[in-house]
Design a binder for this molecule. Sequence first.
Ligand SMILES: Cc1cc2nc3c(=O)[nH]c(=O)nc-3n(C[C@H](O)[C@H](O)[C@H](O)COP(=O)(O)OP(=O)(O)OC[C@H]3O[C@@H](n4cnc5c(N)ncnc54)[C@H](O)[C@@H]3O)c2cc1C
Length: 447
Amino acid sequence: MEKNTAIIGSGITGLTTAFYLKKTGIKFKIFEKTNHFGGVINTVSENGFVFETGPNSGTLSNIETVELFEYLAGNFELETADETAKKRLILKNNKWYALPSGLFSGISTPLFNVKDKFRLLAEPFRKSGNNPFETISELVIRRMGNSFLDYAVDPFISGIYAGDTNYLVTKYALPKLYKLEQQYGSFIGGAIKKSKEPKSEQDKKVTKKIFSAQGGLSKIVNALVKYIGEENIILNSKIEVKKNDRFYNVENEVFSHVVNTANAGELSSLFPFLHKEYLKDISNLVYAQVAEIAIGFKEWKGIDLDAFGGLIPSKERKNLLGILFMSSIFKNRAPEKGALLTTFVGGIKNNKLSEMPDDELLKLVKPELQELLVLKTFNPDLIKIFYHKKAIAQYGADSKKRLQAIERLEKENKNLFLAGSMRDGISLADRIKQGTELAEIIIKSNS
Ligand SMILES: Cc1cc2nc3c(=O)[nH]c(=O)nc-3n(C[C@H](O)[C@H](O)[C@H](O)COP(=O)(O)OP(=O)(O)OC[C@H]3O[C@@H](n4cnc5c(N)ncnc54)[C@H](O)[C@@H]3O)c2cc1C
């Protein structure tokens, strides 16, 4: 019998695994529930605007992402964020301030209070934490102070997780930060020491650069699909995986390996043979819900958009989580004198907002946008809303149990991989890393 792999889901994780299997000559088939490739990634061109309906950009923050794009070179044009869009704005008392990027701006910024600025000087000398379930709020207050939590970390967490710093556990949600404290005893000291450590050629390629593709993220999906071959992806599939001894049966085909990238809520119907007792510790994973709104203006008459975007701390009590200045970050996203913005509403603290009908939602957000962007009138040439019910997995204190349950089920079911954003990180770069690592395991077990 020929050994091959069934991949569930054609998002960036599944496509990355498929890419490397194809490259190595291992047979596979992707089963995708919807009628399109790419999962939540989707770029639309309309009326002179190019906008995303899901993720807007990624970071070249690991070697797996850099290398995947090197392999795909020539099949899409990688675009990194414009230098002028580096600044991150944070809202305080209805005014935007740049998030400090150095010592001087850190001292002079009105975002943080004087007490916490002094406290920060002692950060390298503070004891490391020893609670692996410490929330992000607890960690930041312990090491840095409340104003850093409210006006730096909270908005940053809204931007990434649409999440709540009181729920997310640092070890699972921000593992790099957690390790920095555990390994070096301090964020500041650790960052300085790390920057002085010798870097391999591979390390040098890994940066904090923000990426998309010319024409939007769907170009990356298209490049992957072209390489993988559309004939290897079954769209609109309604599958249930059956287990026969050591093999898996999907749609009357036998597979030796199965990779799941669908969200945690799908597992019980996809894999009826999995032990319910462990499954419940995975299926109860909480996801933030968001509504994403793309807004285009053919002629921009508001504030200077010379930044990546603006994030809105929970303390400011707005409906919006933040606004991305997409036409400042990437080229050709709006007509020449125009602007393309993307804003997010909802998130774990306000999930209900992302369930509102279009007209009610717009009634809420329009006045906020008009005020925050300093527009005399609010008459966009494009306004589109996209709802995401299971947008972002929230790695809370239940993560340990979930990861143990995944490990247990994978052990009981050889060559079944319960992957996707229920573990290993939620960013595009995390997903590419996981997809690459899964392919490596499958390739090894086939050799
Ligand atoms: C609104 C939004 C904005 C985001 N913004 C950013 C950002 O700016 N930067 C960033 O780095 N990350 C961002 N993320 C996170 C990132 O986009 C995702 O983590 C990543 O794209 C997920 O990829 P995936 O392949 O793991 O999952 P998905 O893209 O969700 O793909 C899973 C696939 O599985 C399919 N599927 C589900 N159930 C079944 C089934 N039963 N049978 C067959 N197929 C099934 C789904 O239809 C889907 O196509 C954002 C996410 C969202 C939702």
